[in-house]
Structure formats: structure tokens, C-alpha cells
Design a binder for this molecule. Structure first.
Ligand code: GYE
Length: 304
């Protein structure tokens, strides 16, 4: 590109950091907010040339995207891995090519030596907070629960369920069924329709690994003649605008936040890594949680 006024005399182009960003896809409101946050932080004004790829939640396509970034000789790769496993080979290729990889959002099962840093969230704690709410409100009476899981093999889904299971262990809660809805509204709806056909009004509680699947389930519950938030209580994770609106309206009962605004921190870490400075292996961004009352209070001020 052209020289900017802030780098007088230089070619300008020399200082630009070229970054390949391998996004999962565009499955949810959380993902849209995350993509926007990354694009904003990795702007030309901030000294970046961003090459954006979204893999439509197909792990092979995402591996191919990372490999293509390596072939293009980018300065750094930012990766939001769809699934945890299967990264060893291509991360090794990046390392051999001298290209640092920075993980954002989800993490990988590959060795820590194969990436420079991970900027993410404590998914296990998110699941635990959701489970604690369920245990507190339903733990001492016989309760039937169904679960809409996120993408199978993603660290977000695996760790959220681990945390949730720990929190409800030893309570009087029965899991009737648990299936993946791939973090999307459409699949959340379809899978919930199946649950309702099988179990009908036996279902007391729905735990959805993200807002979007819970929002899809709302349609299925209403179509079955039941009242979401009352006949079936709903706990989700993310706290995006549509989820918070459903919570404020009484259709959801509790949401654990998952902060998608990771762009600024990720850009800062990428700059440090490219400059050869040392960075932490892990940066965890804080989350909160919301009841219906709290959602009403903060709804208007939510940025996404
Ligand atoms: O909760 C979900 C998105 O990995 C934390 O992915 C992220 C999850 C988020 O599709 O909505």
C-alpha cells in the first residue's frame, strides 16, 4: 500500500505486518462480533494488512487456509481453531517456516511449543457458572434436562460441558438427551424439535452451549405450545444482544457471558511477537453472568 503521513521518509510498506486470520466461520452472533473486533484491531491504520478467511466450520478447509497463509509468507497467523485436534502437522510447518501462530478464542490440543500465545476465555469456568445456576435452582428436586452442545471437538464445547458436569454432579438432575447443534440457530431449532418429539413436557431445563442454539430452540418450544422461560427454563452462554433480549423478555432464565471482543488484545500480542518481544502463553479475558433482572438493566448498553 502507500506510505502514511505518520511514517515520513519511509516506504511505509516495510512496517506493515501481514497477518492471515483463520476464522471458524460465521455460525453465531458471537462469531460476528468476534470477526468485527478482529477486523477493527487489525486495520491498515493500526499497521496491519489482514488476510481474512472463514472456513464455514470445516476443519479441513481451515487447515488448508493456514497452509495457504504459510505459502504466502505472512508475518503471523491468527487462528480460531474450529476443533482442538489435528493441528500438529500444519503448526509444525508454520514453525519451520518461521511464522508465529497466535491462537484466539478456542485452543488446540497440540504442544504449546507450536504456538506463541493464546488469547481466549475460561470455557470450563463458563460451563461451571451455568451448572451452578442449574444446581442451585433445580438441584434438590427431580429435574429433566436436555443439552444442546456446541461443535463436537471444539475446546469451547468440550470445556463448557466439563465445567457444567462438575457443577451438577450429585444433584437430582437427569440428562434426558444431549446432542450437538453446532452453535447455530438452525440446528438448535431442529435438535430441540427432536427432543420435544421424544420427551415433550417431561423437559424442565435446557442448557445450550451458546445463545444462538437457545434462540433456535425458542421457536421449537413455542411451536410445541410451550412457554420458554416458564415451562422449560433455559440457560445459555455468550450474552450477545439477541440472547440478552430473550433473557430480559423472560424467555431465557440465565446467561453466562463469553466476551467476543478479543481483537485489541490479539493485535497487541501479535505486534509483540513479530517484534521479538516475549509474551505470556495465555491471556484469559474475564466474563460475567446475567439474571433476567440484570439483563433488563444492561441491555441498552451492550455493545454487541
Ligand atoms: O460461544 C459460540 C461460537 O468459541 C467461544 O463459538 C466461541 C463459541 C461461542 O460459535 O457462539
Amino acid at each position: 500500500a502507500c506510505a502514511s503521513s505518520s511514517s515520513p521518509g519511509g516506504s511505509g510498506g516495510d512496517d506493515v505486518i501481514t497477518v492471515g486470520f483463520a476464522q471458524t466461520g460465521s455460525e453465531s452472533g458471537w462469531r460476528s462480533a468476534n470477526t468485527e473486533s478482529i477486523k477493527e484491531a487489525f486495520s491498515a491504520e493500526n499497521g496491519f494488512d489482514l488476510i481474512f478467511n472463514a472456513a464455514d466450520n470445516k476443519p479441513e478447509a481451515q487447515i488448508a487456509a493456514v497452509r495457504s497463509f504459510i505459502n504466502q509468507g505472512v508475518d503471523a497467523i491468527v487462528l480460531a481453531p474450529i476443533v482442538s485436534d489435528g493441528w500438529d502437522d500444519v503448526l509444525k510447518e508454520a514453525k519451520d517456516a518461521g511464522i508465529p501462530v497466535i491462537l484466539e478464542d478456542r485452543t488446540v490440543s497440540a504442544s504449546e511449543d507450536l504456538y506463541a500465545s493464546w488469547i481466549g476465555l475460561d470455557f470450563e469456568q463458563e460451563g461451571k457458572t451455568a451448572g451452578e445456576w442449574v444446581a442451585e435452582n433445580f438441584g434438590s428436586k427431580p429435574t429433566n434436562m436436555v443439552i444442546l452442545e456446541g461443535t463436537t471437538g471444539s475446546s469451547a464445547a468440550t470445556d463448557r460441558q466439563t465445567g457444567f458436569d462438575a457443577a451438577v454432579a450429585g444433584t437430582d438432575i437427569t440428562v434426558l438427551d444431549s446432542q450437538t447443534g453446532n452453535f447455530t440457530r438452525a440446528e438448535g431449532k431442529t435438535v430441540m424439535e427432536g427432543f420435544l418429539q421424544k420427551f415433550g413436557s417431561e423437559i424442565n431445563v435446557l442448557f445450550a452451549h451458546n445463545d444462538d442454539m437457545g434462540l433456535g430452540a425458542l421457536d421449537a418450544i413455542k411451536a410445541a405450545g410451550m412457554k420458554p422461560g416458564t415451562d422449560i427454563q433455559i440457560v445459555t452462554i455468550d450474552a450477545v444482544k439477541d440472547g440478552m433480549t430473550a433473557l430480559a423478555n423472560g424467555e431465557f432464565n440465565f446467561i453466562v457471558e463469553c466476551n467476543p471482543l478479543l481483537g485489541e488484545k490479539t493485535a497487541e500480542v501479535v505486534k509483540s511477537v513479530v517484534a521479538g518481544e516475549s509474551v505470556d502463553k495465555t491471556y484469559i479475558v474475564e466474563d460475567q453472568s446475567f439474571t433476567q433482572e440484570q439483563a433488563k438493566e444492561v441491555l441498552d448498553s451492550r455493545p454487541y
